[in-house]
Write a protein that binds this ligand. Structure first.
Ligand code: SOE
Length: 412
């Protein structure tokens, strides 16, 4: 159960606030991996980019008082809370950033919007389509009051993926025929890896599908500018029982007869095909069992006029083939995406010096600050998150029928 009250910390709050810019005071729920990544984004965005508002790290929230205080000190938050309801009603918080497991996204987001706050919510937007629909409706009502709600799909903010989107929109690939996407990790290969919340349906919603598949569905739709019309899917859970060891598994699991293992209730991998309204065919693969692949998010787009390829493990590069050039001396060329006129690169280092994973969260914070200042709906909006949720649900429905083609209802 959540505790109560504010925990004092000695940390400084400001992350680039100046007298000339009004602040955007952030309150964040969650302080683990995503909490650390988002903290980095909020701390840095106002120092690298000229923003209309100065992000301030006002308060961070988590249930364990000692751990959240330590996280506040480490990441530079001014205060710490142990109850998210106290956080979202604080007068010194303008925006609530939700970095918790999916089972609490809807409740926190709805309450924060009702309390008059802007909201950023990590992907996947929710654990069910119904929750995502309620969040989207609330976000649309809140937008009319000037409140902004954004879904956190950070891989749109790799300069190379943003450049790919620009090139597709410019027509450099012509009519698209193939969209090939995979998100490959290997941290579950060991059958003795513990049963954490990510392997429990009631907390995570789904497994590799919602965690990794959500990213590649969003990216495929972002890059093409189209929504998938339907999917045909298979999912699998390769290891069905895992040890309940360590704090991560505490109290989360249906304990088996000998009390030392619990049941995995999500997919370990999802493989699906899809169709875009333009006629392009797509293939998707999301797995935590691709031995040797740590965080390989790979995309290839093939169009009539050319192709683009990207791999997150080489994130400063984009491969481009221009099929309009003569074959004799043609081939894929490597674009080093570090030029000042490439997306997001205006604030960073000289050409060739490169960015990494953490910078995507800085760019996310930058874009959200601009949306808040302008009072306009950000990209991706909650409606975009709902669209991805519908695709995930269609994948599960199709997989349940052994790859029967499942159409996706359009978001009205
Ligand atoms: C899973 O391992 C994970 O941490 C995802 O939850 C993130 O969304 C992804 O960006 C990196 O991998």
């Amino acid at each position: 159960a959540a505790g109560t009250g504010t925990v004092a910390t000695g940390a400084a709050a400001a992350a680039g606030a100046t007298a000339s810019r009004p602040p955007l005071r952030v309150g964040m729920v969650g302080y683990a991996f995503m909490g650390a990544a988002h903290s980095q984004g909020w701390r840095t965005a106002g120092r690298v980019f000229d923003l209309p508002l100065a992000p301030e790290l006002a308060a961070i929230c988590g249930r364990d008082a000692d751990a959240v205080r330590a996280a506040a000190d480490r990441h530079g938050w001014a205060a710490a809370e142990t109850d998210w309801r106290a956080l979202i009603t604080r007068d010194d918080v303008d925006l609530v950033d939700i970095c918790t497991p999916g089972d609490s996204h809807a409740e926190i987001a709805l309450a924060a919007l009702a309390a008059g706050k802007h909201v950023l919510c990590e992907k996947p937007l929710a654990n069910t389509v119904a929750e995502a629909e309620a969040m989207t409706r609330a976000a649309e009502r809140a937008l009319a009051r000037g409140q902004i709600a954004m879904a956190g799909f950070n891989y749109r903010r790799v300069p190379a993926t943003a450049l790919a989107r620009r090139m597709v929109a410019e027509g450099r690939l012509g009519r698209l025929r193939h969209v090939r996407v995979a998100y490959l990790q290997d941290w579950l290969v060991d059958p003795e890896a513990p049963l954490t919340w990510r392997l429990r349906r009631e907390q995570a919603g789904s497994g590799a599908l919602g965690d990794l598949g959500a990213h590649i569905v969003d990216l495929a739709q972002y890059l093409t500018g189209e929504h998938l019309a339907g999917v045909s899917a298979l999912t699998e859970t390769f290891v069905r029982e895992r040890p309940l060891t360590g704090g991560a598994a505490r109290g989360l699991s249906a304990v088996s007869a000998d009390g030392t293992t619990g049941r995995v209730t999500v997919d370990d991998a999802a493989v699906f095909t899809g169709r875009f309204p333009s006629g392009a065919l797509a293939t998707f693969e999301a797995t935590r069992y691709a031995t040797g692949r740590k965080n390989a998010l790979r995309i290839e787009l093939n169009g009539e006029r050319g192709s683009l390829a990207f791999d997150l493990e080489r994130l400063n590069e984009l491969s481009y083939h221009d099929a309009t050039e003569p074959d004799s001396h043609n081939g894929f060329r490597r674009i080093l995406v570090t030029e000042p006129d490439h997306p997001y690169l205006d604030g960073w280092w000289p050409p060739g010096h490169g960015l990494g994973y953490e910078h995507t969260f800085v760019h996310q914070a930058r874009d959200l600050v601009h949306a808040v200042a302008a009072g306009r709906s950000p990209e991706p909006s909650f409606a975009d998150g709902l669209q991805v949720q519908r695709v995930l649900a269609a994948v599960e429905e199709s997989a349940g029928k052994n790859a029967v083609y499942t159409p996706i209802t359009a978001v009205p």
